[in-house]
Ligand binder design. Sequence first.
Ligand code: 5GP
Ligand code: MG
Ligand code: MG
Length: 180
Amino acid sequence: MQEDILRVLYSEDEIKSTVSRLGSEIRAHYQGKNPLLIGVLKGAIVFMTDLMRAIDDFVEVDFMDVSSYGSAAVSSGEVKILKDLDTSVAGRDIIIVEDIVDSGRTLDYLIKLFQTRAAKSIAICALMDKPEGRVVKDIKADYVGFSVPDAFVVGYGLDFAEKYRNLPYIGILKPEVYKQ
Ligand code: 5GP
Ligand code: MG
Ligand code: MG
């Protein structure tokens, strides 16, 4: 698996200190509020498990599965709910936990959905932000780990065709991997 990686963008250590910083920021802002963390499957799973521990205060977690990419490396522009929440967001302080914000379409869709479901407050925590990919211009994460260049990244939860999610770091694939 690791032989398919061209370059490591963020090492395990860099990710660890960044997640710890995000956890502290969230803890400071949500004291006594018991926010609901909503992880966007599947890319956010690894980030979510580390982030919830880094917050080190009362939180609840739930997951939602939406798809906008299929197995391709290019966004289809279409958002579908594949699995909905088990928890009601009405009156809750929620934090959407995303692996990466690219076009912003997924978050645009989710924010509108949670607004119609009467969440009390909605924040976004994204491990990575790819500002150059933005199509929905007003989508901005409240908590951002890394601002990344416009490349397709894998690892630490992020896949290419469902592979590489279990890499402990974030990297860029060799171009020949896409062409197989
Ligand atoms: P958006 O809706 O903002 O275009 O992107 C939504 C989803 O596309 C992200 O949550 C992520 O799952 C996927 N995505 C966007 N950029 C990348 C990338 O560079 N690598 C991987 N593996 N997935 C990405
Ligand atoms: Mg995602
Ligand atoms: Mg994917």
